[in-house]
Design a protein around this ligand. Structure first.
Ligand code: NDP
Length: 474
């Protein structure tokens, strides 16, 4: 039985109340570990540690801070195998996917912001003959970073790295369902020699310790990634104290396939964008709109490729592992059942795998319009719908028909149409003829109920700092 610890003031410590939560292995449904069920007493310790670490960390030379982050990146890379296995054990994703994507990207997050902070600059504005203004960007102090279970280490480090780079001290809370890689990160942070108290990681329940972090008066900003309803609550709580909040929330991303696309590439990539990580990526394309003229051909080829996907033990050579939890499996199952009663035609899948663990088969649905529940709500699992469309205007209307606006994919070889459609689809990230290509310098985030604020590149550096204008009379 693996027993995790909190990371406070540079040390791995048990929760002060001594309570733990069970942690399940999704591939067996068995408990494999215990996670601290932290309380306000643990948070207070972390706040005190962060408070005393802040003066030295925030005034440290940028070069030195950057070197710490580079060292952490090196250590993550040196431990890819161990981290990938831990992530798979927690989350159910194939170990091979975690090795190839999640863990290298976690290292890349630290490396990127270590370089970004060294190359950052501030503005100056000259009032000819009168004064010169320059903008100082000061760290906020203690900030809270709260992340979800689907890309546990990648999303946690995506927040921690810019917060630390800009000179803040951090209280981080990973999801209680997937805490293992954050725990291993604490060990690597100790090895990297990061000064005590600069980063503190508290485990536990979102509604308990997560909410306490959001509400603590010493926490000056919250960077949150998770569900839209949780984000709504966090946004309200943060606003009450005039705290900055960056909210990266749910998605229901459209894939628009025009009949002039590279057909084979559109099929292969759309299978990936639907089912990678069991469809548990906020950027997955779960509503595929296909132009009428190629709808039947697309449907047939798509289902044929989905039929070739393998589902099973994430330690093996498989495309999909189990879903993250029993609760989530039941939620996905319920969406498909509701779809059935709305008249869904299940082209493939639509059921659990008949074995222990939380496995659900990749599922393709047709016969429902864009307004049915499964095309409106975030299922966040291996379920995708195929819906035909007439022309550009119809495709855009269907793509924009949900409350979400995170990402979209457009398949066409008509350059003008690609731009035209991209400018009308309401999404923060639009991929044309590709999916998941990420340049960390670009703004990242969603429109509408998919979030507020942008992370990535300069946006992250700006979020974690407060500008101060200094005006000097000439
Ligand atoms: P949740 O909103 O349930 O949880 C996210 C995090 O918030 C977890 O650490 C959770 O802790 C914590 N939390 C829960 N309640 C509170 C609270 N009241 N106060 C403070 N913290 C709280 O999301 P999921 O973990 O289920 O993640 C899936 C969601 O994340 C999907 O909607 C997905 O689209 C979204 N997501 C968005 C991304 C984006 O970039 N836009 C990227 C990836 C995912 P605990 O788990 O312990 O309850």
């Amino acid at each position: 039985m693996i027993s995790l610890k909190n990371f406070i003031n540079g040390e791995l410590v048990a929760p002060l109340e001594g309570n733990y939560i069970d942690n399940y292995n999704p591939s067996t449904g068995q408990v494999y570990g215990k996670v601290p069920d932290s309380t306000d007493r643990d948070l207070q310790k972390a706040i005190e540690a962060a408070k005393s670490a802040f003066p030295e960390w925030s005034q440290m030379s940028i070069d030195k801070r950057s070197r710490y982050l580079m060292k952490i990146a090196d250590l993550i890379e040196a431990n890819i195998g161990r981290l990938a296995e831990a992530e798979s054990l927690d989350n159910g994703k194939p170990v091979s996917l975690a090795r190839r994507v999640d863990i290298p990207r976690a290292a890349a997050n630290f490396r990127f912001f270590a370089a970004a902070i060294v190359n950052d600059s501030t503005e100056s504005h000259i009032m000819e003959g009168q004064a010169v203004n320059y903008t100082r960007r000061a760290p906020l102090g203690i900030v809270g970073c709260i992340s979800p279970w689907n890309l546990p280490l990648y999303l946690l480090t995506w927040k921690i790295a810019p917060a630390l780079a800009t000179g803040n001290c951090v209280i981080a809370k990973p999801s209680e369902i997937t805490p293992y890689t954050a725990f291993l990160l604490s060990e690597l942070i100790i090895e990297a020699g990061l000064p005590a108290g600069v980063l503190n990681i508290l485990h536990g329940r979102g509604a308990v310790i997560g909410q306490s972090i959001v509400q603590h008066e010493e926490v000056k900003a919250i960077s949150f990634t998770g569900g839209t309803e949780t984000g709504r609550l966090i946004g309200k709580l943060a606003a009450e104290q005039f705290k900055k909040a960056s909210l990266e929330l749910g998605g229901k991303n459209p894939v628009i396939v025009f009949d002039d696309c590279d057909f084979e590439e559109a099929i292969t990539t759309s299978v990936k964008s639907a089912f990678t990580n069991q469809g548990e990526i906020c950027l997955c394309g779960s509503r595929i709109f296909v132009q009428n003229s190629i709808f039947e051909k697309f449907k047939e080829s798509f289902v044929k490729q989905v039929n070739d996907l393998t589902v099973g033990d994430p330690k093996g050579d498989v495309n999909l592992g189990p879903l993250v939890s029993d609760r989530h499996l039941q939620k996905v199952e319920q969406f498909v059942e509701n779809g059935r009663s709305e008249g869904a035609e299940i082209l493939i899948g639509g059921k659990r795998l008949d074995q222990e663990g939380y496995y659900y088969l990749p599922t393709v649905i047709a016969g429902l319009d864009e307004y049915c529940e499964i095309n409106q709500e975030e299922v966040f699992g291996p379920v995708v719908t195929l819906v035909p469309f007439e022309d550009e205007a119809d495709a855009i209307a269907k793509a924009n028909s949900t409350k979400y606006g995170l990402a979209a994919v457009i398949w066409t070889n008509d350059l003008k149409r690609a731009h035209r459609v991209a400018h009308q689809v309401q999404a923060g990230i639009i991929w044309v003829n590709c999916w998941m290509l990420r340049d960390l310098r670009t703004p990242f985030g969603g429109m509408k109920s998919s979030g507020v604020g942008r992370e990535g590149g300069n946006d992250a550096l700006r979020f974690f700092t407060e500008p101060q204008n200094i005006c000097i009379k000439l």
